[in-house]
Design a binder for this molecule. Structure first.
Ligand code: GLT
Ligand code: MN
Ligand code: MN
Length: 391
């Protein structure tokens, strides 16, 4: 028998792909598709050929074209359901396409046109129903068109208020219909709009606290989106985790400062990817891990399968490296050395009291000595490199 692969993914890892990711036919703004367009059921089958996938997510119109008749919609759903059954794949997340159709050219929830705003909310209500039909419990909101090229065209404060109104409405709708959804907001700084509102994950963390149902709302950070903004993704995810708001995550990769590349997870930023996986492992994130990326334009569908396998394999390898990091004696020794403890100092500032405040004011600190304490960060950081490279 062949030796079992220590990096083989399992459905319990909750790795997911989207109809729009593995089904991406390779078009870009400068050229048309390089792969034939696959029907949803075919995309499910393709994923079924890749061992270890947990599920497949969709936008309403990835599954049912916006102009489909009821008869067409029913046939597509039937075929899709059969393919899910055959492959055992789940649909854990659903979302709405509020960006492709020309009606949304100036936004959906933040459009300047009240009828378009109402239509957008109606489209989400219907898409929530569709997601629920297939068992989805996480509902993603990516406001791709919620933005502006010129701030002459929209009042950004009004835009926030409109966004809140739409989300409050939809939260209540989900509750009334007992869908059981948790909403996950996904930030992006730009593309397709010149500027998108709620540009980074942190913006949504603040926005959520102003909603009528903050408890059912969290975030869906995407690695490439924060890297487009030049930010440290690990820190954005940490903020979400610490706030109990990491409801979903979009894993992929991206060169800093470039256009939206949606590369395979781990293909560019080895070190950031390592620390991201470390964060998710150390803090026991057990939610969905969605690969929101697509294969190179040069790939055929066999290579798309390699892309899907590779995405999961990279994650599993990094998970293994994280375990090595956490067990490595030298690294752990260095970590203990740099995390200097002092019961007395900690007690003084861990909780405010008048007597603590007075004692702290009285205490003498030897500033020069403190500054001289060694921090062998170069040594530690190099050990991470050695470990990652397997040296
Ligand atoms: C689109 C976008 C992604 C979002 C998807 C959800 S659609 O592909 O680039 O980042 O996650 O709407
Ligand atoms: Mn993206
Ligand atoms: Mn995404």
């Amino acid at each position: 028998m062949a030796k079992s692969d220590p990096f083989a993914p399992k459905p319990a890892d909750k790795f997911t792909f989207g109809l729009w990711t593995v089904g991406n036919p390779g078009a870009d703004p400068f050229g048309g598709p390089t792969r034939e367009k696959l029907e949803p059921a075919k995309i499910v089958e393709l994923l079924g050929d890749v061992p270890g996938v947990h599920g497949v997510n969709f936008h309403d119109n990835d599954l049912i074209p916006i102009d489909a008749t009821d008869a067409e919609a029913n046939q597509i759903k039937k075929d899709f359901r059969k393919a899910l059954k055959r492959t055992g794949l789940k649909v854990p997340m659903a979302t709405t396409d509020l960006f492709r159709d020309p009606v949304f050219k100036d936004g959906a929830f933040t459009s300047n046109d009240a009828e378009i705003r109402a239509y957008a909310v109606q489209k989400v209500m219907r898409a929530m129903e569709l997601g629920a039909e297939f068992g989805a419990k996480t509902y993603v909101f990516w406001g791709g068109r919620e933005g502006a090229e010129s701030d002459a065209t929209k009042d950004p404060v009004v835009a926030i208020k409109r966004m809140r109104e739409a989300i409050d409405f939809l939260c209540q709708y989900s509750i009334d219909r007992k869908f059981g959804y948790r909403f996950a907001f996904e930030a992006k700084p730009n593309e397709p709009r010149g500027h998108i509102y709620n540009a980074v994950t942190g913006s949504y963390l603040a926005f959520i606290q102003t909603l009528k149902h903050p408890e059912m709302c969290g975030v869906n950070p995407e690695m490439a989106h924060e890297h487009m903004a030049g930010l440290n993704f690990v820190h954005q995810v940490a903020a979400a985790l610490e706030a109990g708001k990491l409801f979903h995550i979009d894993l992929n990769d991206q060169e800093f400062g470039r256009f939206d590349q949606d590369y395979r997870f781990g293909s560019i930023s080895y070190k950031h990817s390592f620390f991201l996986v470390k964060l998710l492992v150390d803090y026991k994130y057990d939610g969905l891990k969605h690969f929101d990326s697509h294969a190179f334009r040069q790939s055929n569908y066999d290579d798309v399968k390699a892309f899907a396998r590779g995405s999961m394999r990279t994650y599993k390898i990094l998970e293994h490296k994280v375990k090595q990091f956490n067990k490595d004696k030298d690294i752990q020794k260095l970590l203990r050395q740099i995390n200097r403890k002092s019961k007395a100092a900690e007690q003084l500032v861990s909780k405010y009291s008048k007597s603590n405040a007075n004692a702290l004011l009285e205490r003498e600190f030897d500033r020069k000595k403190l500054a001289e304490r060694p921090l062998p960060y170069e040594e530690l950081d190099q050990r991470v490199f050695d470990l990652m490279m397997g040296v």
